[in-house]
Design a protein around this ligand. Structure first.
Ligand code: FRU
Length: 452
């Protein structure tokens, strides 16, 4: 129903405590994320008029700690060029675009008759945006031509931008954020192509424990994920400001997360201390529109700091819960499971961790130290009949011995990490009553930190 007033109170049992959700309406991809003056700004694909995908608008929320978010409403609204699809934002410290020093410049896909790229800028730190009069700035007739991700490349002292076009990525450069030169294309022969390539990102990351830097290209793909539907693949290599050269063979596919609910993952611009902080949309296009929630739909993952690490001669993406999560822990841990908490399991070998309630609903997680895998079984986790694709067992390879498993539980989601950042798995769950018990069998001990 269309309405101008909404019930803004937190009424639903599945609404998380330390994850972002819009107050009402539908949400998909994170968009235009940037940090400035102590505030993390998160925009997202947003339908303010209903809790299914439609009327794409950029919604806006802000946070000072990456865990608690304030809903700010609509930031960029549809116009004559189309609805507002995914994109990015940068802080233009040196006024390269001519909109003023420190202006926030956003580029998004205008989804009209064609998919074209448009600019909007904000001189009030992202609260309100003015559309650029020269829109659209990049046009094309290709049906899938979208999700521009801009960043400042200090190596060449220019802006770069990466955009998904069909089954490859286009890479551009610019001096002023308005005129973009197509430099190269990447990916037609690389990685997984069982779905549409979307929501790219490109960044320079340090290889852990070394002085080496490499570049990582993120490519979200739907469908084609390891357990069906949406997922995030990445490529490691080199980038000279024009061309991305992948260091792995064309047939190699790398997944950033081995759950079913990790998509459209991109990073914040201008994050402090050179950090690369990623947030994923915590759902899957297979059932995102059907999950058993009414007032709003979809939440985002916890923030994760990205880096690279070497294992058996290969370089992989490290995915570590952002330090803000550790800072949010209370001084004392407990043994009692709560609806919103972090469980840390100290492992001395294989172990099975079961979360359950008195309705017989359970999530079973197993770390197998011999074959080095981590598995999560949500086939008996609670509500699941809203989609045939929901019940699933997801399995991840673990690179090296896992000594600390970190589980982030927040009403309707479980995110599992090797504390060293060498395994990540993100899955939704809909227990009809909260899981209030935990058993750890095998070589593991646990501690629960309640998170508020
Ligand atoms: C990815 C995506 C993007 C697009 C947006 C539309 O989930 O399909 O490619 O810009 O969603 O909402």
């Amino acid at each position: 129903k269309y309405a101008d007033s909404y019930d803004m109170t937190n009424t639903e049992q599945y609404r998380p405590v330390y994850h972002h959700t819009p107050a009402y309406g539908w949400m998909n991809d994170p968009n235009g994320m940037f940090y400035k003056d102590g505030v993390w700004n998160l925009y997202y694909q947003y339908n303010p008029y209903g809790s299914q995908w439609e009327n794409m608008t950029w919604g806006h929320s802000t946070s000072k700690d990456l865990l608690h978010w304030e809903f700010q409403g609509e930031a960029v609204e549809p116009d004559v060029w189309g609805t507002i699809f995914s994109g990015s934002a940068v802080v233009d410290h040196n006024n390269t675009a001519g909109f003023g020093n420190g202006t926030v410049v956003a580029m998004y896909t205008s989804a009209g008759e064609n998919q074209t790229q448009s600019l909007a800028y904000s001189t009030d730190n992202g609260k309100t945006f003015t559309k650029y009069e020269g829109n659209p700035i990049i046009t094309s007739n290709t049906p899938d031509f979208r999700d521009p991700h801009m960043f400042w490349n200090e190596d060449i002292k220019k802006w770069n931008m990466i955009l998904a076009e069909g089954q490859h990525m286009n890479i551009y450069s610019s001096d002023d954020l308005k005129a973009w030169k197509l430099e190269s294309q990447f990916g037609a022969e690389y990685g997984n192509h069982s779905g549409v390539w979307e929501c790219p990102d490109l960044m320079k990351l340090r290889v852990r424990g070394t002085d080496k830097y490499k570049w990582m290209l993120i490519c979200n793909i739907n469908p084609g994920g390891p357990f069906g539907g949406s997922a995030t693949q990445y490529f490691v290599g080199d980038f000279d400001g024009k061309k991305f050269t992948c260091e792995t063979a064309p047939e190699v596919t790398r997944w950033m997360d081995y759950g079913k609910d990790h998509y459209a993952t991109v990073t914040f611009d201008n994050a402090p201390n050179g950090r690369h902080v990623a947030i994923a949309w915590m759902s899957n296009w297979q059932y995102a529109n059907q999950v058993p929630i009414k007032q709003y739909r979809s939440c985002n993952s916890i923030p994760r700091d990205l880096d690279l690490y070497e294992y058996e001669g290969n370089t992989y993406c490290g995915v570590t819960p952002s330090p803000e999560l550790t800072a949010a822990r209370p001084k004392k841990s407990t043994k009692t499971l709560s609806e919103s908490c972090e469980v840390v399991v100290t492992l001395k070998g294989s172990a099975t961790i079961t979360l359950y309630n008195d309705k017989g609903e359970q999530v079973v997680m197993t770390y197998d130290d011999k074959i080095r895998t981590f598995t999560m079984d949500r086939t008996k986790s609670g509500l699941k009949d809203f989609s045939d694709d929901f019940a699933a067992v997801t399995t991840a390879p673990v690179h090296g011995k896992m000594t600390h498993l970190r589980l982030f539980i927040d009403k309707s989601s479980i995110e599992a990490f090797d504390a060293e950042g060498r395994m990540a798995m993100t899955n939704l769950v809909f227990p009809t009553k909260p899981y209030n018990k935990i058993i750890v069998k095998g070589k593991g001990k646990y501690a629960v930190y309640n998170l508020k």
